[in-house]
Design a protein around this ligand. Structure first.
Ligand code: BGC
Ligand code: CA
Length: 310
């Protein structure tokens, strides 16, 4: 029997494309990005306090502006800062909480690597268990070029892990570091790669699960080794056991969940990001919480996030 759960709005953030949530255990904050406007958000669940800043541009409305610099993903670093996948490459910066005066943020770009942001952009990314940062690209247009997954090493070197990606999305690693779960949204499912637990080198790839409808988007593993997957377009978050069996479905009142992260006390709250991207005004009228952050306590717990060692 598949368990059916629901989730409640915890932040009426009205983001365009809220993505990549991460629990910051040191600051006790949930952080996430709103990709197109290029915002990094935070929530302090203890007080309800919220912040937002635009690391690569000037802060502005959530509706994308032509001068916004998108942010694909944000991760935490061992030194208490942030590692960012910007629209076309990587950057580091301090973990700032609060809207910055004048929009200034001391961003330090990783030199020597850029993708062509006229046709593709960075999408989901996370620090790995080996202390580097893995992030992939997606085309702006449906018929855009093939994309890749990249690894940023702590010393600033960037490596292409593999190409042939349609739309790089959710990623996570098993606790024993022998498996890497990866969603290429265009492939309709999640694959799992064998990984070398010492180095992270990728081995054999196989299909883990194919979704019957919708688009596989963000994903996270829980402390039981089960995989939570946001199924964009269906209003559902799925949990799969390590054998690939669907055992839980969270139903949301919005069609476009994008990703999840466990956070809060004991990592027992599952935070779910959602999007208003590409919805018509009529669709937004019937799902006014599209773009908000939802939460649910599904019984499972999460793991602390990996940290970038650079
Ligand atoms: C991308 C969105 C896309 C969605 C579903 C997200 O990760 O950022 O642009 O619509 O996945 O494919
Ligand atoms: Ca995503």
């Amino acid at each position: 029997m598949t368990r059916q759960l629901t989730a409640d709005v915890v932040v009426p953030s009205q983001c365009y494309l809220a993505e990549g949530p991460v629990w910051d255990p040191a600051a006790r904050l949930l952080r996430w990005v709103d990709i197109n406007p290029g915002h990094v958000h935070s929530l302090d669940p203890a007080t309800g306090a919220r912040t937002r800043f635009a690391p690569a541009g000037h802060d502005g409305p959530a509706v994308p502006r032509s001068d916004a610099v998108p942010v694909g993903a944000v991760g935490l670093t061992r030194s208490g800062g942030l590692v960012l996948a910007l629209v076309d490459g990587f950057a580091l910066g301090p973990a700032r909480d609060g809207t910055l005066p004048g929009g200034h943020y001391p961003l330090s770009r990783v030199a020597g690597f850029r993708v062509d942001s006229s046709v593709i952009r960075f999408n989901d990314g996370k620090p790995s268990p080996w202390g580097d940062f893995w992030a992939g690209t997606m085309p702006w247009q449906e018929d855009g070029p093939s994309c890749s997954l990249y690894r940023l090493a702590p010393d600033g070197r960037v490596t292409e892990l593999f190409d042939g990606v349609g739309l790089s999305n959710g990623l996570d690693w098993s606790d024993d570091r022998t498996a890497f779960y990866y969603a290429d949204s265009r492939s309709g499912g999640v694959d799992v790669f064998a990984t070398d637990p010492e180095t992270g080198a990728l081995g054999r790839r196989r299909r883990f699960v194919t979704v019957p409808s919708g688009i596989p988007d963000g994903l996270t593993l829980d402390a039981d080794g089960c995989l939570w997957l946001a199924v964009f377009g269906t209003g559902e978050v799925h949990r799969y056991t390590p054998d690939g069996d669907l055992d839980t479905v969270i139903r949301l009142p919005v069609d476009q969940p994008t990703s999840m992260a466990f956070g809060g006390q004991d990592l027992a709250t599952l935070y779910i990001t959602t999007a208003r991207e590409a919805l018509t005004p009529a669709e937004v009228a019937t799902q006014p919480h599209a773009g908000d952050i939802f939460a649910c306590t599904p019984g499972a717990t999460g793991r602390p996030p990996n940290l970038f060692a650079g």
